[in-house]
Write a protein that binds this ligand. Structure first.
Ligand SMILES: CNc1ncnc2c1ncn2[C@@H]1O[C@H](COP(=O)(O)OP(=O)(O)OP(=O)(O)O)[C@@H](O)[C@H]1O
Length: 182
């Protein structure tokens, strides 16, 4: 993809889309211990890559069901996080959802082991380095946007974070585009 700026053609890289879904009910958070794949061993919300033809919201619902065995009955889009990795030209755009109610009983899957945490026992030392920055806004019911730069995948070197009034979801079903790196 390329953008035209002041008569010059500037190559841009379309971010890869992800979801991150966190039930927050009666003051407690449901997080999952990742049992395999990217971020194995970390506690995180539930989520994953948005598939071709899928909306971001549909991905959030699907991942919650696949990874925690529950179905959201009340979900709110609360954050947009951009992760930039020094060794990867394609940034990740992660849409964070808060689940206020669900059907079913959280259960362990081959990917995640769900556990409830009170706000003062969130295991930040076993979580992604960005989580400790935006989680207070999430817990306070705020809507937020942030960009986090990682070196060597796990080392956070720089970030920006701000509250926003409104977040925009990408319109319609996801249509991945080829990454062009200049
Ligand atoms: C760098 N700092 C980060 N901080 C907080 N959360 C992060 C994160 N980096 C990735 N995440 C989340 O981790 C999940 C990975 O998803 P991931 O398992 O790779 O996707 P998916 O389930 O589609 O893949 P498989 O089908 O298992 O290969 C996904 O929710 C994504 O938002």
């Amino acid at each position: 993809m390329a953008a035209v700026t002041g008569g010059r053609i500037v190559p841009t890289v379309t971010p890869k889309l992800f979801t991150l879904v966190i039930p927050h009910i009666n003051g407690k958070l449901l997080l999952g211990k990742k049992l395999r794949g990217f971020g194995q061993g970390y506690f995180n919300g539930f989520g994953g890559k948005v598939e071709a033809g899928e909306t971001v919201e549909a991905c959030a619902r699907r991942e919650l069901e696949e990874e925690a065995c529950i179905q959201s009955t009340s979900m709110q889009h609360r954050g947009m996080l951009t992760f930039c990795f020094h060794d990867n030209p394609q940034p990740w755009q992660v849409h964070v959802f808060c689940v206020a109610a669900f059907r079913g009983e959280p259960g362990v899957t081959d990917e995640m082991e769900p556990l409830w945490f009170s706000p003062d026992s969130i295991p930040f030392d076993q979580m992604w380095a960005d989580d400790r920055y935006w989680m207070p806004l999430f817990l306070a019911g705020k809507t937020f946007e942030g960009t986090f730069h990682f070196q060597d995948t796990h080392t956070l070197v720089e970030h920006t974070l701000r509250e926003v009034d409104l977040l925009q979801l990408p319109a319609g079903p996801h249509q991945p585009t080829a990454v062009i790196v200049d």
